[in-house]
Design a protein around this ligand. Structure first.
Ligand code: SF4
Ligand code: SF4
Length: 234
């Protein structure tokens, strides 16, 4: 019983002591304003380390829309849409590609930097910016093509451009098929030509001089002397 009481008062003393130590630090700095170490955030901000992993930024014109960053993302929070098969009105120009969407969902992103490391064009980076808040999940989408929040209007526009992407892909497919067909046809024609040339060459080899026809041979032979003819007279 006495040890329980002892433990009780000991913990009260320990807590009170830690409060007084903390207050002692506060009071010390309160009377020495020149040593103030707090910053008046958000008006004042400390310098962030150079390798700070903040909100991403994209160098759109360098992006080749290869999806490597999206595939590398462990939480699948990068959404890219666009085409490498042609042009779309109003789309954002990349490197041999146009993009309608390049969005990161910051309600999922874990700031791991795995999307930036494998980028072949070194065009997606984690920046110094860290202010990105919202009260709803859909407010946590950032449009990297315009470096601002992804809005409902953006979403409507992206959806309206999807048929164009499908059409361009289909057109490219058809073109490819036509080229393949033409190549196949040309190859078949060339093969047939070679085969017929080979056949006539082998025929010529097997029969170098054509034999005279039997009727022609008969005509060429001198007619046998007939009894009572000119030969007998001589
Ligand atoms: S930082 Fe990590 S989680 Fe965030 S988008 Fe890049 S790969 Fe995905
Ligand atoms: S990996 Fe780089 S080049 Fe490829 S889509 Fe992502 S940002 Fe663009």
């Amino acid at each position: 019983m006495s040890s329980a009481f002892g433990q009780y008062f000991k913990s009260i003393w320990s807590n009170a002591r830690s409060i007084f130590i903390g207050l002692g630090v506060t009071i010390r700095y309160f009377f020495r304003p020149h040593t103030v170490i707090t910053l008046q955030y958000p008006r004042e901000m400390d310098k962030l380390p150079e390798r700070h992993r903040g909100i991403h930024f994209l160098e759109t014109e360098k992006c080749i829309m290869c999806y490597i960053c999206a595939k590398a993302c462990p939480v699948d929070c990068i959404y890219i849409e666009g085409t490498r098969d042609g042009d779309i009105e109003g789309a954002y120009q990349g490197n041999k590609a146009v993009m309608t969407m390049f969005v990161i969902d910051y309600s999922l992103c874990i700031m791991c930097n795995l999307c930036c490391e494998p980028c072949p064009k070194d065009c997606i980076h984690m920046g110094q910016e860290f202010h990105f808040t919202g009260t709803e999940r859909n407010e946590m989408y950032k449009n990297l093509l315009e470096d601002r929040r992804y809005t409902k209007d953006d979403d409507a526009w992206v959806k309206s451009k999807r048929p164009d992407i499908v059409r361009l892909a289909e057109e490219k497919k058809q073109k490819k098929l036509a080229v393949m067909e033409a190549k196949k046809k040309a190859a078949a024609e060339a093969k047939a030509k070679t085969q017929s040339a080979e056949a006539s060459a082998s025929e010529a080899k097997a029969d170098p001089e054509p034999k005279p026809k039997e009727s022609e041979a008969k005509e060429d032979k001198p007619a046998p002397p007939t009894p009572g003819g000119e030969g007998d007279k001589a």
